[in-house]
Every structure is written in structure tokens, then in C-alpha cells.
Design a binder for this molecule. Sequence first.
Ligand SMILES: *[C@@H]1O[C@H](CO)[C@@H](O)[C@H](O)[C@H]1NC(C)=O
Length: 505
Amino acid sequence: MTGLPFSLVCALSYTLIQNGATFVSVDKIPNPRDGSPALLIQDDGGGMDSEAMRRCMSFGFSDKNSKLAIGQYGNGFKTSSMRLGADAIVFSRHLNNGILTQSIGLLSYTFLMQTQLDRIVVPMVNYEYNTSTSSLDVLNGKEHFMANLELLLRWSPYSSEADLLKQFQDMGSYGTKVIVYNLWFNDEGITELDFDTDPKDIRIAWDVKKISTIPTRKRIQEEHIAKTFRYSLRVYLSILYLRLPKTFQIILRGQAVKPHSIADDLKLVEFIKYTPQCAGPVEELFVTIGFLKEAPHVNIHGFNVYHKHRLILPFWQVVRYQHSRGRGVVGIMQADFVEPTHDKQDFEKTSLFQKLEARLKSMTWEYWDTHFKLIGYRAEDKTRTRVTKPLPSLQKSLGYHNKRKTDEPIDLQKRKKHASEEYVTGLGFGQNKQITTTPADEVVNPETINLMQENKKLHTECLELEKRGEELNSKVVELRSKIEEAQNEYNQLLAELQSLDVKEE
Ligand SMILES: *[C@@H]1O[C@H](CO)[C@@H](O)[C@H](O)[C@H]1NC(C)=O
């Protein structure tokens, strides 16, 4: 499980990111009131008008109409902000049909606790820019405005209206800014989010201490991304999205987060076809599976399961290995056919999901059994750890496939003869057994195949270029020594010539 605060930061960012945003920025700022750390999350998306803002901030309080109240920002705002800190203030600038509005809202647990009101009050003020006077007009009536402003100045980190309005200055034409302050402390009396250990990161306090006590021998393992994502927000964000639009950036503490592809950490990679066992038309998909490059020196395994490009299960351990079977095996897949839970930290435990789990389990073992020797495990590791197969009836209910029959590698060269051209086009995969499939999955997505083929071609080209580079390098060395030789010869001849000149005189 990821450190909970991270998933909340991400949920909050996710809630914030709106159509058209080019970035979401997560940072620490000092609370102007007392200098304590506060969490800032900001985007440059379309922002919210006063109505959208009201819906966002009161979602979950007015449950009777919650269906209607779910706005773009509704889900997750209250839960994630209030779990991170006691108080949150939201600034949003919105532009619609040439009308620019600015809204400020406050969701303050401190305020609600201390005033013990019998209802939930979420103070909000709204402004509209008046183009003829070039100034801000107050919306929703002056009296209402003054009462709300007073509450904002009393309970927010800003003690004057000017200070509040200053928060819009770095916002451009639209965008939203959430500041969570009075962050919760952990049992040791420090904030759960650690801003100090790495000034370019946000960490979870408790894990950082643990790692410094680990012997160097085990560092490879402990410093692996599979471990660090649990306490480093930068690492977590780097694997959180399988694919982000090129124009979009996640900025953490002023520095863009570099996306990281876990697939690049693997060796002996295979793509194994999986067809979800659901009724109706299903999309075939491929599971990328391989050994971590550090194998056999790391004790890490599991699948990274993405849903609509967002990571739901990081390094999900589908097998419990006895001895070593499965050790070092890591997979990546995108599973849009199963539904994530509301908090996006797991999948709903449907039978579809259980079938997927069972298949990933058998896949891990099959992969291990055919590859473990290649990375230096001894054969006895396997025999010793061989797990007995369940009875056939059990196999069926667990979603097992009969391995021999179903998972034979397709010889795509041969397949080409009977498969129609539109599905499989000339491939060079046969001898490498890079694709395995089940009979139910006979049709291989031509685009995927093309991409893999292209990938392989580029890889070969790359190797060739590297080789060529090496050849050229040795040529350079050779030529250098020839130049040197020639230079020596020249010097010698010159010396001889000079001595001849002397004689002539
Ligand atoms: C802008 O301000 C002027 C002067 O106060 C007012 O008459 C006008 O109605 C305002 N315009 C809008 C669009 O509110």
C-alpha cells in the first residue's frame, strides 16, 4: 500500500486538474500566520465559477442532493483535503464569455470545531472583474460578502483582503489553487509529510529514518523504485501515469517530475496476451513481463496494474513465493476492463478481477519456470519450490488454463499462412517466442504487432549503430597512431634535410 498521504495528494491534484490544464504543481509554502508548512496544489485549468466552487466545497455535506452536487471537483476534495490537514482554502479564477470571476472558499475544521455551529458553514466570497471600471465587483450582495470575508480573514492563513487577492496574482487568466494548512501530525509529533529531507521532494516521514539504518549490501533493494515510491512523492508521481499528454507536466516543488516507465527496468521481456473473460466484445491486451534488471539480487516482484493510464496497483504481489519461484518477476499491464474502487487504491473484487489475479499468478510461475536459469538461479531452486497444480475442477474455478495446450507460442511466420493478412502482417517474432497466446486469443492486434516489430527493428538498428560507433572509434585510434607515425617520419626527414642543408653551406 502506498503511503496514504500520497494517494490523497494525488487525489487532490486529480480533483483539481481540469480540461486544458498544462500543469499541476505541488509544493510546500509557509503559512503566513505562523510559518508552519502548508501544502499548495495549483493548476492552470479552466477554474471554477462561484456555483462550481460552492458545489466542490460543500460536496459530502449536503447528502440529500449529492447526485446533483457531484461537480467536476466534487469527488475527493473534502475527503482528501481534510485527511491531509485540518483546513483548506481554495482560490479559483474562471473566465466565461469574457466574464472573469474570482472565488475564494474555506473548508476549515478548526473553525467548525471551535465555533461548534450546528451546521456546516463553508465561507465563500466571489468577485467579478468589471471591465469598464477595471476593478473587482463583489458578487452575492455586500452584507453576505462582509460576513464571509470576516470569517475568511479570521480562519484562513491571510489576515487582509489584499493578501487574499494577492493569491491570484500568479494565476494567469484562469486556474485553481488549493492550500491545505494545519497539516496533521503523526504519533511522533511531526507532520506526516516530510518537506525537509529532500527539498525537491515530499516524503513520508517514518520510512526515511528506516532506510538510513539499512546495510549497504541491501541498499540496491531498498533504493529500488519498487520500494522508494512508498515514501517519495516524486517517485510515486513518476510512475503514476502510464502516459501523459506531452503538453502536461506535474511539477513537484518547482521541478518537473520525469515520468518513469517500469518496463524499462526489465530484462528478458515478454509480452503475454490476455483476454478478459467477460461477455461481449473485449479488448485484447498484453501483459509485459520480465525480470528486474537487478535480478537475482533483489527480492522484489509483482504487477503494476494501470487503469486508464493511472496506476492503481503498484508492484502488486500476486504470488507468495516459496523459496525463490517468482522472485524478481515484474509485470506491467493496463486493465481498463476492471473497475477501480472509489479511492483508486484498489480494484473492485469482482470475479473478473479474480480471474485476472489467477492468470497473473500462473503467468508469473510460467515465466519463472522458463527463465529462471537465464538469470543465474539454479535448477534445484525450481524443483524444490515446484508448486503442485490444483485439481482440474479447482483449476477451472480459479480460471486456470491448461498450460501446454493454450500457452504455446505462436509461430507468427506460420500463422501468416492461415490468418488473414489484415490481422497479421509479416513478422520476425517466431524464433524468439516473444508472444504467447491462448487459442481463444487467436487474433493478434495488428497494431501491437506492428509496434513490437518496429520496436525490435529499432533495437537492432540501435545495436548496429552502436557497433558501427565502436568500429569508428577504433578507426580513429588507428588513424591517430598513423598520424603520429607520419609525424615522426616527417620530423626525421626534416632533421635529415637540415643536416644536408648544413653540409651544402
Ligand atoms: C461596472 O461598474 C459600473 C460602475 O460601478 C456599473 O455601473 C456597471 O454596472 C458595472 N458593470 C457590470 C458588468 O457589473
